[in-house]
Design a protein around this ligand. Structure first.
Ligand SMILES: Cc1cc2nc3c(=O)[nH]c(=O)nc-3n(C[C@H](O)[C@H](O)[C@H](O)COP(=O)(O)OP(=O)(O)OC[C@H]3O[C@@H](n4cnc5c(N)ncnc54)[C@H](O)[C@@H]3O)c2cc1C
Length: 442
């Protein structure tokens, strides 16, 4: 019997197990996961508290520009989903500008629309043909112009990334589906007051009818279990030893094939990797995330999520999660989740954060203190991988060393890419397709 072991049972680990078992039914597949069963899901975790369902890893919606991947996600849910037309906004002073900002300009007074359009055109006209922005900040100014950059994109992104944008590599903006690239025709229409839809990939999105985003995870889990994938919960990967043939994990689980989806720093530590790899991994940067859930005794406006560039507000985004499904809150009530990023290595000050969140919501007029029924908070150490200027070099060094060790690594943290669910799933299937595990079975 050939044993394959997958480290980490988030979306990536589960999808790999399904892809592996579907292709090689005779393979023995085990997943090792540090969380207990009750805390399962990785970033796709939901909790039901007094009838309010919160997605504890932040607002998650299903979308993809890859039809087969979208079909996979929806069919795994048996099409028990709600289809939404996105109602997302950027809160600019006290105005809700429809997202993406450049398409939503039509709600601004004409003099501001003109300013935005003129500075957008100035950026386009002054750009050389061989324009090659050196960092994220240059890319924003050069793509959108000074007005949109300084009113929205720079303050918003500085809030989420917690550093000057000149320290962020431009490569992540080219990750497919990641950031909406402005189309001048849309901006021109918005500037003269005509509404248009941008970032169409996500303008229609889907969400599980019941149980929050975790239902997607749980449906995959049921499929994996049907395929006889073995999952070991509550087992943190602490030690991975390479043997002459295969590996042994935590001194007890033997693997002929090893696939990783846990964060690279944890894998490298478990492998007791050479000093130069440890040094490389130290350069992989990330932000943690605090999610604050609030149950409210009031109804929600017609909004899904709102980006908040205002630097005096602690959260960068909030979502009316009760609008994602009517099963997410009791009738007549509503719920919100707010997201706050925390730099690598910093401890969140949960109580202070909650107090500031409530204060800020009241100040921006979202709800009043007396509307609050209860609050909850969740902390995820690994929230957003960061495309620092040395990201490409460092991750390539680490991944090629892992390849030399015969370990494939994928997922958001096993690849250190800012991947959404669809990309995680796509890459999981691709990995099993590309690695030829047939040799192990003969
Ligand atoms: C705020 C936020 C909003 C998002 N919104 C969306 C969205 O709207 N749409 C979308 O498509 N995507 C969204 N995403 C992205 C999505 O969450 C990820 O793409 C996906 O969940 C990544 O799955 P993963 O398995 O790679 O990682 P994870 O979910 O992090 O799973 C990793 C697993 O490894 C386990 N693990 C870690 N260390 C160890 C160890 N030492 N031993 C054993 N197990 C270990 C963890 O417990 C976890 O279960 C969002 C992400 C965030 C942070």
């Amino acid at each position: 019997m050939v044993h394959s072991v997958i480290l980490g049972c988030g979306l990536a680990g589960l999808t790999i197990s399904i892809a592996m078992k579907s292709r090689y039914p005779q393979m023995d597949v085990t997943i090792i996961e540090k969380s207990e069963y009750k805390q399962r899901g990785g970033l796709l975790c939901s909790e039901n508290d007094r009838g309010f369902i919160f997605d504890t890893g932040g607002s998650h919606v299903i979308f993809s520009n890859k039809e087969d991947i979208l079909h996979f996600m929806l069919s795994i849910l048996d099409n028990e989903v709600i289809t939404h037309e996105r109602k997302a906004f950027i809160l600019l002073d006290d105005l809700f500008v429809p997202y993406p900002f450049e398409n939503g300009l039509h709600v601004l007074p004409p003099e501001l629309r003109a300013e935005a359009f003129i500075s957008f055109m100035e950026a386009q006209l002054s750009r050389p043909n061989d324009w090659s922005p050196k960092n994220f900040e240059e890319w924003i100014y050069g793509s959108f112009g000074k007005w949109i950059a300084e009113k929205y994109l720079i303050p918003y992104n500085e809030k989420i990334w917690k550093r000057p944008l000149s320290q962020i590599d431009v490569s992540w903006t080219f990750t497919p589906g990641r950031l909406p690239i402005p189309d001048w025709r849309g901006i021109a229409k918005a500037a003269v007051g005509i509404p248009t839809i941008g970032y169409k990939v996500q303008s229609t999105f889907y969400y599980p009818l019941k149980g929050g985003i975790q239902t997607l995870y749980d449906s995959l889990l049921a499929k994996a279990e049907n395929l006889k994938v073995r999952i070991i919960w509550c087992e943190k990967v602490r030690e991975v030893k390479k043997l002459e043939e295969g590996f042994i994990i935590n001194g007890k689980y033997k693997a002929d094939i090893l696939i990783n989806t846990i964060p690279l720093p944890q894998l490298v530590e478990a492998l007791n990797a050479p000093e130069y790899i440890v040094k490389n991994v130290e350069h992989l940067d990330y932000n943690s995330i605090v999610v604050v859930g609030i149950a409210l005794k009031k109804s929600a406006p017609q909004q899904h999520w709102v980006y908040v560039p205002d630097k005096n507000v602690i959260f960068h985004r909030y979502a009316w999660i009760s609008n994602y499904s009517h099963f997410n809150a009791p009738k007549g009530f509503s719920s919100i989740i707010a997201e706050i990023t925390i730099p690598k290595g910093h401890q969140p000050k949960i109580e202070e954060n909650v107090e500031k969140v409530l204060e800020d919501f009241e100040r921006i007029g979202t709800f009043k203190r007396q509307d609050v029924i209860f609050t909850r908070t969740w902390f995820h150490k690994y929230g957003y991988p960061i495309y620092t200027l040395d990201h490409k070099r460092v991750r390539e060094n680490v991944l090629s060393w892992l390849t030399e060790q015969n370990i494939a690594s994928t997922g958001r943290w096993g690849s250190w890419h800012y991947w959404n669910m669809d990309k995680v799933i796509e890459e999981a299937f691709l990995l099993i397709e590309q690695q030829n595990y047939k040799n192990y079975l003969t």
